[in-house]
Design a protein. Structure first.
Length: 255
């Protein structure tokens, strides 16, 4: 499954921890040269140091100029981009009536605008090579609604729509564009959500976690490595016919 990624340049946004770090690890293990983008340079460097061939570049994916500069720097080190994983994201919860415009814009910019900017920056290399793999880390919140996270749902639905549109646009170009949609995953973001629920409701952390998992048939959190394995599969040879898909990695929560 990993043959074909050797020496290819993969860019992973939000690659310093959690799902992004797990994705970077499996791509590097498959032979890819990996550029990690994110806002926390120290965290990116710590992850890059564990990989065979990797570089960390600080980048705010919501900043058009910063994205352009980061991709130019990445190309200077590892050459044209063949694989892009748009993993950078953020989530905040609030009832809609208490969701400020600033919050809504912030969530949309990180999750959706960042995906757009990075995809646009990587695409010329892929078109030139007649090969490319773009995988967008969305969420089951991009496939169904969820209360109190309207901004996040809107942004992730937008990511799924962008995925499908770009897949059609590149369908004859040797490029595939897909989304993976995890359920609640063992990450800092979910641990923060559990702590917030516990604080607001007076429940224990275990009770708050159980509340999150009530709708999951497997009754568990997804592991970052499970999401990473799906991304690796989508990037490997043999998946050329899979494009425009939003694949739930969710323990049966979405069917």
């Amino acid at each position: 499954m990993t043959a074909g990624l050797e020496a290819r340049h993969a860019v992973v946004t939000g690659g310093g921890r959690g799902i992004g770090a797990a994705i970077a690890t499996v791509l590097a293990s498959a032979g890819a040269k990996v550029t990690l983008l994110g806002r926390n340079q120290a965290r990116l460097q710590d992850t890059a140091a564990t990989l065979a061939t990797a570089r960390a570049i600080r980048c705010d994916v919501t900043d058009e100029a910063a994205v352009g500069a980061a991709f130019a720097e990445a190309r200077q080190t590892f050459g044209p981009v063949a694989v892009l994983v748009n993993n950078a994201g953020a989530a905040e919860s609030a009832p809609l009536v208490r969701t400020s415009l600033k919050l809504f814009r912030r969530i949309v910019e990180v999750n959706l605008i960042g995906t757009f900017l990075c995809s646009r920056a990587a695409l010329p290399d892929m078109l030139e090579a007649s090969f490319g793999r773009i995988v967008n880390v969305a969420s089951i919140a991009g496939l169904k609604g969820a209360a109190y996270v309207s901004a996040y749902c809107a942004a992730k639905h937008g990511v799924v729509g962008l995925t499908r549109a770009l897949a059609l646009e590149t369908s004859t170009k040797g490029i595939t564009v897909n989304a993976v949609c995890p359920s609640y995953t063992e990450t800092d973001m979910v641990r923060d959500a559990i702590a917030s629920i516990a604080l607001k409701t007076g429940r224990s952390a275990a009770e708050a976690e159980a509340e999150l998992l009530k709708k999951n048939p497997q009754g568990r959190l997804i592991r970052p490595e499970e999401v990473a394995a799906t991304v690796l599969w989508l990037c490997a040879p043999g998946t050329e016919a899979i494009t425009g898909q939003a694949i739930a990695v969710a323990g049966g929560e979405v069917m």
